[in-house]
Design a protein around this ligand. Structure first.
Ligand code: NAP
Length: 226
C-alpha cells in the first residue's frame, strides 16, 4: 500500500510536534512545516521531512505548496496547527488592530491560504483529511467571553472556515475542526492539565480513522457543538 503523507504546520514544538511523532510511528511520511530553520535537526531526529513555512506569508505559502506538489505524489493529511495567542487576558476593549491582525494572520488567514494552495495536492489523495486545530475558546455556546478576545475570535472564524470549506471541497477531502483542550505547551503554560500526548490524540485520530464525516467540531474524539 502507498505510504500516506501528512503535513503539519507549526510542528517544531508543542502539540504539532507530538502529532508528528505519533503519525511517524503509524507509518506516515510526515512533513513538518516550520518557519524556523533551527528545527531541522529536531525534525530529522524523528524521521520527518522539513519544509520551510511561515503561515503569515503568502509568498512562503505559495513556495511551500509548489514544493509539496513537486516533491510528493499526493497529500493525504493537512493539519493547520500553527497558532499564536498573545493577547492574554485582554478584553475586546483593550485590543489594538495590530494584535487582532497578528492573531488573524496566523490563526485564520494562514489556514485559509494554505488550504487553498494545497488543494491540488490533496485532490490526488483517495481519502484526504484537513484538520484545523481550534480551541474550546472558539465555542460560541460556552467560550466567547472577554479575555484573549483576538485569539477567541480568530479561532471562531477558523471554525466557520471549516464549515464553509466542507461545503465546497470534493467529497473525498474531509475537513474538521478540533480542540486539544488546555495543554501543557509554551502556549498553554505549566498549569495546563493536559499532556501533549492528550492534546495530539484527536488530531491523530481524525487523520487516521476510517469514514470520518466532514464539517464538524471535535474534542476527545467526540463531536462537540460550535
Ligand atoms: N496549548 C493549549 O492549551 C491549546 C489549547 C487550545 C488550542 N491550542 C492550539 O493548538 C495549536 C498548537 O499550539 P501549542 O500549544 O502546541 O503552541 P506552541 O507550543 O506555542 O506552538 C505553536 C507553534 O506554532 C508555530 N507558529 C506560530 N506562528 C507561526 C507562523 N507564522 N508560521 C509557522 N509556524 C508558526 C510556532 O513556531 P515557532 O517555534 O517558530 O514560534 C510553534 O511551532 C495552536 O493552534 C493553538 O492555538 C492550544
Amino acid at each position: 500500500m502507498d505510504q500516506k503523507i501528512a503535513l503539519i504546520t507549526g510542528a517544531n514544538r508543542g502539540i504539532g510536534y507530538e502529532a508528528a511523532k505519533q503519525l511517524v510511528a503509524l507509518g506516515y511520511k510526515v512533513i513538518i512545516a516550520a518557519r524556523n530553520n533551527a528545527a531541522r535537526e529536531k525534525v530529522a531526529a524523528i524521521g520527518a521531512d522539513f519544509l520551510q513555512l511561515d503561515v503569515t506569508s503568502e509568498t512562503s505559502i505559495q513556495q511551500a505548496a509548489l514544493t509539496v506538489i513537486d516533491k510528493y505524489p499526493q497529500l493525504d493529511v493537512l493539519v493547520n496547527n500553527a497558532g499564536v495567542c498573545d493577547d492574554d487576558n485582554k478584553s475586546v476593549f483593550q485590543l489594538t488592530k495590530k494584535i487582532f491582525n497578528r492573531s488573524f494572520d496566523t490563526n485564520f488567514f494562514g489556514p485559509l491560504m494554505l488550504t487553498q494552495a494545497l488543494v491540488p495536492a490533496l485532490q490526488k489523495s483517495k481519502d484526504a483529511r484537513i484538520i484545523n486545530v481550534s480551541s474550546d475558546m472558539a465555542c460560541l455556546t460556552t467560550g466567547t467571553y472577554n479575555s484573549s478576545a483576538a485569539y477567541r475570535l480568530s479561532k471562531t472564524a477558523l471554525n466557520s472556515l471549516t464549515q464553509l470549506f466542507s461545503h465546497e471541497l470534493p467529497p473525498h477531502i474531509k475537513i474538521n475542526s478540533m480542540s486539544p483542550g488546555w495543554v501543557k505547551t509554551d502556549m498553554g503554560g505549566e498549569a495546563a492539565p493536559r499532556t501533549v500526548e492528550q492534546g495530539a490524540e484527536t488530531i491523530v485520530w481524525l487523520s487516521t480513522v476510517e469514514n470520518i464525516p466532514t464539517g464538524k467540531f471535535w474534542k476527545d474524539k467526540q463531536e462537540i457543538g460550535w
